[in-house]
Design a protein around this ligand. Sequence first.
Ligand SMILES: [Zn+2]
Length: 521
Amino acid sequence: MLLTACTLAQGMEIPTTLPTSRPTLPPSTLVSTTARDVHSIATASPAPTATMSSFDCSDLRKDKTTDYNVTAEMQYARHYLKVAETITYTNITDKSLSTIVLNVKPNWQAGIFKLSTAELANGESLKTSLVKQRLEIELPQPLDPSCTLNLNLNFDLHIPPIDTAGLHAYQGYLGYSARQTNLGQWLPVVAAHDGVSWISHEEFPIGEQDALDRANWDIHFHIIDATESIQIASPGTVEHVNNAEWHFSLPQMRDFSLSIGTNYRLQQQKTNSGINVELYSFDDAIIPNQSSGLDSGAYALNTVVKSVNLYETLYGAYPLKRLVIVEGDFPDGMEFSGIVFVGGEYFRGLNGVESYLTIISVHEVAHQWWYGKVGSDQAIYPWLDEALATYSELVFIEKYYPTLADWWWNFRVNRLAPQGYVDSTVYEFTTRRAYINAVYLRGVKMLAELRTELGDDVFFGWLNRYASENSDRLVTPQYFWSLLTSEQYTRTESIRQTYLRQPQVIASTPSTCTSETPCTP
Ligand SMILES: [Zn+2]
């Protein structure tokens, strides 16, 4: 049985520590029905103060997005990287910060990430504390609102082998196989700040736990032992400086992830709007049959192009010029900014449109809107991106294969008789099956009922406005529902009552959730 973290095509029991107690629910704030028309989410506005004194307060940055400037030197055969990361971070909260919290996703297990130094730009050494994925850095003086801090981190990464058949197989987006090394979310990033505290969630074997702000990425990548067969699949602007050096840049995206492989087969096709879709697969994506091989790479590429055409029409423009799809040597689909992985087993298992390859590919592409464009807290509100990505599978099927809509409902949803609250956090589940049933599958049932109640025009207009949300802040369910008019909000009340534990939208988000305190919304 194979799993998927993002798309969870199939399920399996996972031994986890059951949360023994539920925390007290935060007070719910009813969204005033008189204020149901479009209103912005509460933001902590970065008010410049007269007492700016800390660090760089002299030259206030117009673009307050965090910059990551990275130099990485990789020994490919050893799966080892030495990384220097410079972080330029502007305090966009309205209070002085005495510590900075970074989320270090690679530190989900010991032995992968090793911090050598953390320093200010002037070389002053900083006190750090790394506990699981939370790296807390003590500042020698407070960082005032709107002021900017320059940090240098030096660290090593020992990429683990992909745990092909084990519980952690789905984390193969940061792992290597004989022919591929994947660097999904390999860099420490400054945690998002919700105006009250840093958002840093404990790693958990169900779902994803990231809440990622947009950032600017500039990466110099050097493979010391590069051979001619090595190729890098990466998003953004790519400059192949020479055989062993690459320069990548990816502005205003939530992560910079890449895949390095040998003997990738690259296929490309343009969408209606001119986006270049690039698909990296291996020879095993060609399925032998009686006469000639069936090229599942070509099928996936065509499927992805059609899905981008459709989603751009419905949800708005895809924000980059390229979209990269990689056949992953792990049993999963996983989305990153401008690049997605689709598990090799789906390529090898292609058997007509009614295959996982179809629905997983378009699901991951849909995350370019529901994750990439609109960012949310994936641990606390996983339905915000997953229910919409899963529903987008149906939208694709209805458009291109309308006679298969019933197949999709039965295959993907109804045969599993899903139960559970759509607005559960990832920490509330002990099996991935139960998680996907509640969050993804009951999520699509909720969206289907909303569409029936509101009608296609209103429903898709709503999703389009939601996708066009362009603030740098992470959005919440409150924002999602706030895009309905008061009449539409009232009309859909019974649907929320059916599917949500908390049908009245809450205003605040718990920031730090663990398996012990799962932060039930
Ligand atoms: Zn997903």
